[in-house]
Design a protein. Structure first.
Length: 235
């Protein structure tokens, strides 16, 4: 559980982060959407961030998402799925979130699309890119992201809005910036292709430790968790 911060501390942190995102966005010359990554924080804590002005939340576990939807945690706000999505959980997510940020294979896109068609919706997705080429991380390899976008264009029920990445942790800041720059290039490159049902409008990258650098490199969506809600304690 993440219980360090009180509700008023969450509100204060959220306001500070909103301010920092705003300043970084102004410097970069483009608007930026702040998504509060609210994993391990329950509905009342999500509401505290909402009260401070946060209007987008990101969840990475299906069970938590469902519990908080039931508790009306996101009322008046949008919710994104940002975690690894198992194929057998797709049905619990499609049509219930505004954006799935973590689609990373043609197979997964097909399952999402199929479910969306059944539900009579078009599901917005981002393609998650494994920019550091890490063995253990989800995401399509950068070299294959264009190919995946081309495949996505043929799948009914989905609309690709852009790219998402989580760069390798624990590397020097200059290295992280290089990953952000590579993402930006990929985003621009794919954007020049005219695939059906694919636009490169959203570039989601940057977390608590590096969202300002990400914005400077072109991110227009950042996902910030611990800087708003406090450190998470995994047991
Ligand atoms: C938890 C999480 C974040 C936020 O991480 P912090 O370092 O706490 O800001 C961002 N993106 C994803 C996919 C996450 O799971």
């Amino acid at each position: 559980m993440s219980v360090e911060k009180s509700f008023s501390e969450i509100r204060d942190s959220a306001k500070r982060i909103i301010g920092r995102v705003e300043i970084a966005a102004q410097k970069a010359g483009h608007p930026v959407t702040l998504v509060a990554a609210s994993k391990m924080n329950d509905a009342p804590r999500v509401r505290a961030a909402y009260e401070a002005g946060v209007r987008f939340f990101g969840e990475n576990r299906v069970q938590e998402l469902e519990a908080k939807l039931k508790d009306n945690a996101y009322d008046g706000a949008a919710v994104h799925f940002i975690g690894h999505l198992q194929k057998n959980k797709v049905k619990n997510v499609v049509g219930r979130v505004d954006l799935i940020e973590s689609a990373d294979s043609a197979e997964l896109l097909e399952i999402i699309g199929k479910r969306a068609v059944e539900a009579g919706v078009v599901q917005d997705v981002l393609l998650e890119v494994n920019i550091g080429g890490e063995e253990t991380k989800s995401g399509v390899e950068p070299e294959r992201a264009g190919e995946l976008a081309a495949r996505a264009a043929e799948i009914p029920g989905i609309f690709v809005r852009g790219l998402m990445t989580i760069p390798p942790a624990g590397v020097e800041p200059e290295r992280t910036v290089r990953y952000f720059e590579q993402m930006r290039k990929l985003f621009v490159d794919i954007g020049t292709k005219k695939y059906d049902n694919v636009t490169m409008s959203i570039l989601s990258m940057g977390m608590s430790a590096d969202f300002e650098e990400a914005i400077a490199c072109g991110a227009n969506m950042v996902r910030v968790g611990s800087a708003i809600f406090g450190e998470r304690h995994y047991t």
